[in-house]
Design a protein around this ligand. Structure first.
Ligand SMILES: [Zn+2]
Length: 800
């Protein structure tokens, strides 16, 4: 469940491209992105996804914003709609801004006059909701009789905690800049300028000296500075960073000055946005202390806190980074917004340093932990992106905290802005997807045409068409995975250390090449029609995690090129995967299946499935062919079992349960979510009561009620013992051990308490066993009294 205590969601934005700034700034990133407006993607992988985003996701999210009160918030603030009802969270305004941002990028990729018109009328409403001095925050302007408890009794007083006023401003600026760049219209930009001018008047040395509770306004202000040339915006962005810490919480990175931070901590989306904002300031001001801090934090994340999928933020407690090497799989939080933030941040790190290792992290995130956030259909979404499941995870049609949904909406159409970058006469080719692009170098204009079946095939053909023959340098990224290094550092390594040839040809002739910071450097005189071909070794690799990651011990993950694979129920025997074991030396094949999941490579390998047996501890193993699909494509066929990390050691396998009384019973409970029912009879003993790495059943948010769970046996059995393992996620979560419970059995259609011969106990972190006088029955029921102020849950309930 999403921790709603302190959560406030998250979000993000994009850097992509800055076309036609009104004024040229003196300092900026040494390497400049090639604007999304100049890159026309036409491949078979991303282009269809951007098409789904344009045709399904954007209209869907706009409709959901309307249906869920977000448009009404603006209408009420504008006094165009009666009443003072507001939607759920004070940051709900940002979903509308992010939808506008996505729509803007999308209209640049493909014209859509109807969408253009509806965005125009939306902007008119937003303008009407803005107060005369520029303040724009519907939750205050509506002036509700009972104001939302997060907003504070005056402007800004709750900003450092929960009001999200500046957070709303940040997303407004990102949307305004995107809309201006894509359409040339100043309507939203003017609203943003009026708002940013209010911030300049309000915050700064000698004015209000407070930091944003949820970062993003820093990024937005840097973008506003680039577009308007108003240096006050840049100064304010830097002020908002410098005023952070040291007396706040680690939760939102305010426990130290930003330049004194050297490890990733706290809420992962806030963190990723802050590091991105710091990179912007480092580029725009030349501040070396900022750079030193984010360089250290980057190394900390990449060597200790990054999922193989590129996801960040391991724990749902505070939606935060975990400790070093704390990377649980089933309970992985890895929020979609954090993956998007990780892409923003790594792109900026590349623009600062020109090293391909940042694009390696970006690409890994993009193809795996980010893309998993949206369904193939474009209208179902993940907030956390776990790396293992036992049916308990499912994509949502909408989430009241919709940050991840609107973030995905705006990110996907901005993708073309990440393919290339340039520095005078150096052209960086960072991502591989078929496209045609027009890029201006110092030596003149160059049209670049990429043709490739990446990520399924490793061949990339690049045709170089300069307007006039001339000397410049192509820097072609050689991905880390092609050099046997999945990520920088030693967090992940390939099991087989064989290296595969990597060939680069120019006009059909193999060429040796120099590499610099991970790029093949091709400096020569280029003429129209010159062709570079890169042949990357698209091999199936087994990836191992550092031994310090305890959750991945005895396991490997399949990877091919940039794609991380997983085992999912529908492709495997009995729809089970947690019981699968694959030998370390097993040979794996990959084949393209055009009709599966919109076309994917499927990996097949010989493996075994493991099963518990009654009356013996030995595990039964049966041979089977195991199939793996790309991780991003899982959960498109309903809830299922899934795992990224595949056991090669028997100790890591979770065998199929033996047929016990519990496992063959039908479960019912005073609960609607039937997907939790299997958890209590899966025969997995948790490490402790708060262990979220195994499924559990819970009644949250119910409290102080009497609840039940019930086993209907497959036949009459004589039973005399019950053992139950309680779920208790204190002090952060909402579940605690119950006040009391009792066992009843079914006798002549009535529930009768058993006569216990040992006392009922309610202890944490172990099984609570109770024995009772034997009863022959067809059903047992447990009645549970929830604590007054909390809910409760059950990991496992066994009977015999
Ligand atoms: Zn989110």
């Amino acid at each position: 469940m999403i921790n709603t205590r302190k959560t406030a969601c998250l979000l993000s934005l994009s850097l992509a491209a800055f076309t036609s700034p009104l004024l040229a700034q003196q300092k900026d990133y040494p390497i400049q992105p090639v604007a999304f407006t100049s890159v026309h993607v036409n491949d078979n992988f991303w282009q269809p996804k951007m098409e789904v985003n344009a045709n399904v996701t954007i209209p869907y999210v706009l409709a959901q914003c309307k249906a869920n009160g977000r448009m009404d918030n603006f209408l009420r603030a504008a006094k165009k709609l009666d009443g003072d009802k507001l939607s759920e969270f004070p940051f709900d305004d940002t979903d509308v801004y992010k939808a506008i941002e996505g729509a803007s990028y999308s209209m640049q990729n493909k014209k859509n006059p109807q969408l253009d018109k509806s965005i125009d009328s939306l902007i008119t409403i937003i303008g009407a909701a803005q107060e005369p001095d520029g303040y724009l925050y519907t939750f205050r302007t509506v002036n509700a009789k009972k104001p939302h408890e997060w907003i504070g009794d005056k402007r800004w007083v709750n900003e450092e905690i929960l009001s999200h006023e500046l957070y709303d401003c940040g997303h407004l600026y990102e949307a305004a800049v995107a809309h201006f760049q894509a359409t040339g219209k100043r309507t939203l930009l003017n609203i943003a300028i009026k708002n940013a001018d209010l911030l300049v008047k309000t915050f700064g040395p000698g004015k209000i000296e407070e930091y944003p509770g949820h970062q993003i306004v820093e990024i937005g202000l840097s973008k506003m500075y680039r577009v308007t040339g108003n240096k006050q915006y840049l100064d304010l962005a830097k002020f908002f960073l410098d005023v952070r810490g040291p007396k706040g919480d680690a939760y939102n990175q305010a426990d130290k000055k930003v330049i004194d931070q050297h490890e990733a901590e706290g809420h992962a989306v806030r963190a990723a946005y802050m590091y991105t904002g710091m990179a912007d300031i480092a580029a725009l001001t030349g501040d070396t202390k900022y750079l030193a801090a984010i360089d250290d934090i980057w190394s900390d994340v990449v060597t200790k806190k990054l999922y193989i999928t590129g996801g960040i933020g391991a724990t749902g407690a505070g939606e935060a980074f975990g400790e070093a090497y704390q990377l649980p799989n089933m309970s992985a939080y890895a929020e979609t917004c954090a993956a998007i933030g990780n892409v923003y941040w790594n792109n900026r790190m590349f623009l600062l340093h020109g090293d391909s290792k940042y694009i390696d992290v970006l690409e890994r995130t993009l193809y795996n932990g980010l893309l998993s956030g949206v369904s193939l259909s474009g209208n179902r979404f993940f907030y956390p992106n776990p790396l293992a499941s036992m049916f308990q995870h499912q994509r949502s049609a909408w989430i009241s905290c919709a940050c991840c949904i609107s973030n995905m909406t705006r990110f996907l159409p901005s993708l073309p802005g990440y393919v290339y970058a340039k520095n005078k006469n150096d052209l960086y080719i960072n991502l591989f997807m078929s496209n045609s692009s027009n890029i201006k170098l110092t030596s003149g204009n160059v049209n670049i045409v990429q043709q490739t079946d990446y990520p399924w095939k490793g061949r990339v053909d690049i045709t170089v068409n300069p307007d006039k023959t001339g000397e410049f340098t192509l820097r072609v990224r050689i991905p880390g995975w092609a050099k046997q290094q999945p990520v920088p550092g030693d967090l992940y390594t390939f099991m087989d250390k064989k290296s595969f040839p990597l060939t680069l040809m120019i006009n059909g002739q193999a060429k040796s090449f120099e590499t610099e910071k991970g790029y093949a450097v091709l400096k020569r005189t280029w003429k129209k029609g010159d062709k570079v071909s890169l042949l990357l070794p698209m091999e199936t690799e087994k990836v191992l995690a550092n031994q310090q990651v305890k959750d991945d011990r005895g396991r490997f993950a399949f990877e091919r090129g940039p794609i991380v694979y997983c085992l999912e129920g529908p492709d495997n025997r009995d729809s089970l995967v947690q019981n699968i074991l694959i030998n370390k030396n097993a040979i794996a094949d990959a084949n393209y299946h055009a009709d599966l999941l919109n076309g994917v490579d499927v990996i097949s390998a010989e493996g075994k499935s493991a099963k518990r047996q009654l009356k013996t501890d030995s595990i039964l193993q049966t041979d089977q062919i195991v199939k793996a699909i790309p991780y991003y494509a899982w959960a498109n066929r309903g809830p299922s079992e899934m795992t990224v990390w595949i056991p090669y050691e028997t100790s890591a396998v979770r065998p199929k349960p033996a047929p016990t009384i519990a496992s063959t019973s039908k479960v019912s409970a005073s609960l609607k979510n039937v997907r939790m029912f299997a958890a209590i009879k899966d025969q997995y003993e948790p490490a402790d009561s708060k262990d979220t790495n195994y499924p559990y059943l819970h009644w949250w948010p119910a409290k102080n009620t009497n609840e039940f769970v019930q086993y209907d046996f497959d036949a009459e059995h004589t039973v005399s013992e019950s053992k139950v393992y309680w779920y208790d996620d204190g002090p952060w979560g909402g579940c605690r051990i119950p006040v009391s419970y009792k066992i009843l059995y079914k006798k002549d259609g009535q529930w009768v308490p058993v006569k216990n011969t040992t006392p009922y106990t309610v202890n944490k972190d172990s099984f609570n066993v109770v024995t009772f006088e034997p009863v022959a029955t067809t059903a047992l029921r447990m009645e549970i009294q929830l604590p007054v102020d909390n809910s409760t849950g059950i990991h496992e309930w066994a009977v015999k």
